[in-house]
Design a protein. Structure first.
Length: 23
C-alpha cells in the first residue's frame, strides 16, 4: 500500500502510477 494524504490505499500497478498517486 501507499500512504496518500494520511490515507492508506492500495498500491498502483507501476512505479510511475505510484509516483503520480503519492504527489
Amino acid at each position: 500500500v501507499v500512504v496518500h494524504g494520511g490515507v492508506i490505499r492500495e498500491k498502483p500497478s507501476s512505479k510511475e502510477e505510484a509516483w503520480e498517486f503519492i504527489k
